[in-house]
Design a protein around this ligand. Structure first.
Ligand SMILES: *Cc1c(COP(=O)(O)O)cnc(C)c1O
Length: 367
């Protein structure tokens, strides 16, 4: 069986160095908000070419705190992609604002800038483009609309570590960019982790406060903050993995290119890459009308696949209260029935990639 993502193999490469980094933290006597976290914030900001990085507990917190730092809350609306992981929507709901879905461009899976204006109302405060599957959304037209209408741009970069938009790293284009270091992401911890990057010193200062009990001076609290911090052990592990992220992303790109070459000419939609985008292939997502049958055949023949995502946020029971009826977001609803993610990861061998291509070709042709 070819695994979808071999996390054991990915992290085994760091086995000895992870152990010694953990030992160092244990011996230091400092486990929260100390040297490793500070160093990681500096190094990740530099990697993104952003002025500031605030490390937090997870990606959902990064998004939620970013919204709070921009004073978005009850009575406000925030534009979100109709097809995304539910965290993008949940962050908006958690600050008391309302997520308003915008449909994607089918070929790239990313928010369609041409559909944004129609979703804007007098309550709209921000847009959250998601760089879905590791492919940058088209940021220039989004920023143009945002500037014109006075909206904030919060990037959900949880799948896009290292990706570039028009040659520039993701992480500094919007007011803020939000990251997750969940183990399965391109830069993954051995537990939960997240961060926010920004070039705005005022927003950064607010975030530093918010993520640590609303405090900059111990036991003095300026506002109702939360506890959302990256612990020293996870920061130390992320510092070991950051220097190989570009290499890992190159391996992912090699696999993606092989898929795109090898799967051409089949009755199968392959992901399109626009000129402005340098994706990092967090996922390689194909589309097929008989997706469930294809996934079943692949599993029987030895290829593990995953569906990202089988149910759009507006059709989740959790969002029944928004009252967005089935049929109102036809692109997201079609994608949820057609998308299928093929195995991809930095340690996947060329032999495994070739095997996936052969098996997918056979299974698609036999449908
Ligand atoms: C993973 C992910 C998140 C949430 O990150 P967590 O660290 O799991 O909270 C948010 N948005 C997207 C698009 C993600 O893929």
């Amino acid at each position: 069986m070819i695994k979808f993502l071999d996390l054991q193999q990915i992290n085994a490469r760091f086995d000895a160095s992870i152990r010694s980094a953990m030992d160092k933290v244990v011996q230091s006597g400092w486990y929260i908000l100390a040297a490793e976290c500070e160093a990681f914030e500096r190094e990740f900001a530099a990697f993104c070419d952003a002025g500031h990085c605030i490390a937090v507990a997870n990606g959902l917190d990064a998004l939620t705190l970013a919204l709070r730092a921009l004073d978005i809350g009850p009575g406000d609306e925030v534009l979100v992609p109709s097809n995304t992981f539910i965290a993008t929507w949940l962050a908006v709901s958690h600050v008391g604002a309302v997520p308003v879905p915008v449909e994607p461009i089918e070929a790239t899976f990313n928010i369609d800038p041409a559909r944004i204006r129609a979703a804007v109302t007098s309550r709209t405060r921000a847009i959250i483009p998601v760089h879905l599957y590791g492919q940058p959304a088209d940021l220039d037209p989004i920023h143009e609309i945002a500037r014109e209408l006075g909206l904030r741009v919060i990037e959900d970069a949880a799948q896009a570590h290292g990706a570039r938009y028009r040659g520039e790293r993701i992480g500094k284009h919007g007011d803020v960019a939000c990251w997750s270091f969940y183990p399965g992401k391109n830069l993954g911890a051995l537990g939960d982790g997240g961060a926010i990057t920004t070039n705005d010193a005022t927003i950064a200062a607010r975030l530093y406060k918010l993520h640590n009990y609303g405090s900059t001076q111990k036991y003095h609290h300026d506002e109702l903050g939360v506890n959302s911090r990256l612990d020293e052990i996870q920061a130390a592990i992320l510092r070991l993995k950051l220097p190989v992220l570009d290499d890992d992303n190159r391996n992912r790109a090699r696999i993606a290119n092989a898929y795109t070459e090898g799967l051409r000419g089949l009755d199968l939609h392959l992901p399109a890459v626009p000129d402005f985008a340098e994706p990092v292939w967090h996922l390689y997502v194909v589309r097929h009308r008989q997706r469930d049958l294809l996934a079943q055949r692949l599993a029987e023949t030895g290829v593990a696949t995953v569906i990202h995502y089988p149910v759009s946020p507006h059709l989740q029971p959790a969002y029944a209260g928004l009252g967005i009826p089935r049929g109102s977001l036809p692109i997201a609803e079609r994608l949820q029935t057609e998308v299928l993610s093929l195995p991809i990861g930095p340690t996947q061998s060329d032999r495994e990639t070739e095997e996936v291509i052969q098996i997918v070709r056979e299974c698609v042709s036999a449908l």
